[in-house]
Design a protein around this ligand. Structure first.
Ligand code: ZN
Length: 267
């Protein structure tokens, strides 16, 4: 009883979320959601309700935050299409679903019954807003937490950032001395293949499962991952969902064409 379904960046794409939940059915014991339940897509209430019902843990994403109209958010900072979707979503949300979003943590959390795992939407040091898109940004973030594994979403791109610590003998002033050095490399997350995480104080990871509702790695299929906490093995999945259904719901809601079109291409 240790398999966790990890989903992120659903963005009110109900067809994608339902497809992922069906596809993963029977393969997990707990569900963790890394935030951005709403924004962009046509079915915010339904997506929040599914996550509310099933998730053991969920954190606050930047779109969730923007929809709540929190102080410190300027909706003008979003691009025009995203802003349109934020304002549209505000009008749609039921009071109960709004309250659910309100109580989502906007700081990194440790899942129940686990050790050495941290969960956050964007990054450990900027939990709601920062994009981890390069090894150098990842390296700075590894300094901001102690756990062996951190799960993030936000970029909509599946990825593993691997931090490794080396010690080597270097020439000192009058003797040799041991010096430590940390490096980070980017690894692709292969689909449908078990990856053993091999975590240790010398090897820590930041893992991004990709996006359920708006993938941006040129693959339009919904992305998710299943983590086995006993073996520390991760499998990343891609699954086709009825994109046209989401697109017709978006047209009905008069959401921007650019947001509708991009789902076909995965960017
Ligand atoms: Zn997002």
């Amino acid at each position: 009883m240790s398999r966790v379904l990890i989903i992120s960046d659903i963005h009110a794409n109900l067809a994608a979320l339902e497809t992922v939940l069906n596809d993963a059915e029977g393969q997990y014991d707990a569900l963790w959601c890394l935030g951005d339940l709403v924004g962009y897509g046509p079915r915010p209430n339904e997506c929040i309700e599914l996550v509310r019902e099933r998730a053991e843990l969920c954190v606050m994403g930047n779109h969730d935050w923007a929809v709540l109209d929190k102080p410190g958010v300027n909706v003008e900072d979003f691009n025009p299409q995203a802003r349109h979707a934020v304002l549209w979503t505000r009008e749609q949300l039921s009071e109960e679903n709004r309250r659910y979003l309100e109580q989502l943590p906007c700081t990194p959390v440790h899942p129940p019954k686990t050790s050495e795992i941290l969960v956050t939407h964007a990054s450990p040091r900027e939990p709601v807003w920062e994009y981890i898109l390069t090894p150098s940004i990842a390296l700075e973030n590894f300094a901001a937490f102690d756990d062996l594994l951190c799960l993030v979403g936000h970029t909509h791109k599946p990825a593993i950032y691997r931090w490794r610590f080396f010690e080597s003998l270097v020439e000192g002033e009058d003797d040799h001395e041991m010096q430590g050095m940390a490096t980070v490399d980017y690894l692709q997350l292969p689909a449908q293949m078990a990856v053993h995480l091999e975590l240790s104080p010398m090897q820590r990871l930041i893992v991004n499962p990709g996006s359920v509702g708006q993938p941006r790695d040129n693959d339009p299929r919904a992305a998710y991952a299943i983590l086995d906490l006993e073996t520390m093995t991760l499998i990343h999945y891609r699954v086709s969902y009825p994109i046209e259904l989401t697109q017709s719901q978006m047209r009905e809601a008069r959401l921007p064409k650019r947001l509708i079109d991009r789902l076909s291409f995965g960017w």
